[in-house]
Design a protein around this ligand. Structure first.
Ligand code: NAP
Ligand code: FE
Length: 368
């Protein structure tokens, strides 16, 4: 018996100069906007100038917060939200990769609910946000089409998803901005997109519609394999990877993510490994232990990979240096993961501490 929901309310505008061509939309959200971005990339790839020009054309006043770090911290949210409140921002534009766009969602909630603290973001699921506009410049997280935002909590020593469900109202995807991605950013973020497509396809919440998208996304991803290897991208491949990433977001918006995402947070927090690489290094063992062999075979077929080993070797080659862990670290990360009920429940069947330990152990180089 089928039983599922499907909801993806973000308006997507794709193509060169899509901000300028659709700038009238910005007027719908107010006359004062807080722009949230990283330290430098949006100034170099043209995205910040384009949005500023369109805001000026539309007579919208803006203030820029440009201090979002990778895997944004709660302290950063607090600082930017204070700016947004003082400025009386009516909407928020996130410009950059997943980090600034996720931050924009958290800040939008804090400005909309002035009495809320950052800690309320992890307790209260029904909080609303100021409208969010996403100008995306990495092809990986798909945050433009998900209601999620992930932040680093230094007290908990991990990354945590906030509770509100905030889809951006509008996403602008202009392939020109992605040209400046350093090779490894392009690779690591592409692997994040793949892990959304694969995990979304394999969670218990996968449904007939999310599977259609996941299969299409993986087929687009496959066409970029030569670029991931040679580090030379045609425009067509850039466009395909941006789509694969956005589609990955549309998939996990319905299905959530699963073990690699939950387990990878420890690599990012304790080993400073990028989010995409963390997921990618865990993918082979995850696919191998997954009980739905029909679906795991289909993934490999769509990607043109003979076996899990072929996929694992390919990912290891493009992701570079392996992760080295001690037995104690594996144990510590396993304990953290076993308490992550949200990620465990997305996996079909029971997941034991031994399963997790085995995935960690087989995905890394272990030392005494
Ligand atoms: P990111 O942390 O946003 O950015 C990584 C690096 O790439 C930064 O140094 C950034 O520079 C640079 N960069 C971004 N765009 C660039 C461009 N076009 N050209 C050159 N450099 C560029 O990376 P991300 O992988 O996109 O985002 C990761 C975050 O998203 C993590 O916190 C992860 O947990 C989260 N995430 C969220 C979801 C979701 O559904 N919401 C899903 C998966 C992951 P600047 O700092 O100078 O901008
Ligand atoms: Fe991700």
């Amino acid at each position: 018996m089928m039983n599922f929901q499907y909801y993806m309310p973000t308006q997507i505008y794709f193509g060169a100069f899509c901000i300028k061509e659709n700038q009238h939309l910005l007027k719908n959200y107010g006359e004062r906007v807080l722009i949230v971005t990283g330290r430098s990339s949006s100034k170099k790839n043209g995205s910040l100038d384009d949005i500023l020009q369109s805001l000026q054309d539309q007579g919208i006043e803006s203030l820029i917060f440009d201090e979002v770090e990778e895997n944004p911290s709660l302290e950063t949210l607090e600082k930017a939200a204070q700016m947004g409140k003082d400025f009386q921002a009516q909407f928020v534009i996130g410009v950059g990769g997943g980090s600034p766009v996720d931050a924009a969602k958290g800040i939008g909630v804090l400005v909309q609910n002035p009495t809320c603290t950052v800690h309320d973001l992890f307790q209260q699921g029904d909080l609303q946000s100021l409208p969010i506009v996403a100008v995306v410049t990495t092809s990986g997280t798909g945050t433009e089409t998900t209601p999620y935002a992930i932040f680093t909590d230094h007290n908990l020593q991990t990354k945590v998803n906030f509770q509100p469900k905030i889809f951006p109202h509008v996403a602008f995807l202009d392939p020109r901005y992605f040209e400046t991605m350093p090779d490894q950013v392009a690779i690591d973020t592409a692997v994040d997109a793949l892990s959304h497509l694969v995990e979304g396809y394999l969670t218990v919440k996968a449904n007939v519609l999310s599977d259609l998208w996941a299969e299409q996304g993986m087929a687009l991803w496959k066409d970029c394999i030569s670029a991931l290897q040679s580090k030379k991208w045609t425009l067509e491949q850039r466009e395909k990877m941006i789509l694969a990433s956005t589609i990955g977001g549309m998939v996990i918006a319905q299905t959530g993510t699963s073990l690699p995402h939950g387990m990878g947070y420890a690599f990012t927090y304790f080993k400073d490994i990028t989010h995409g690489k963390a997921n990618g290094l865990l993918m082979k063992e995850y696919i191998k232990m997954h009980p739905n062999k029909e679906k795991t075979r289909r993934i490999l077929d769509i990607l043109g990979m003979e076996t899990e080993e072929t996929l694992g070797n390919f990912l290891a080659e493009i992701l570079g240096e392996p992760i080295i862990l001690t037995k104690e670290e594996i144990q510590q990360y396993t304990e953290g993961m076993v308490s992550n009920a949200a990620k465990l429940k997305n996996h079909p069947g029971l997941v034991t501490a031994e399963d997790i330990e085995k995935i960690y152990g087989s995905s890394c180089k272990t030392i005494e």
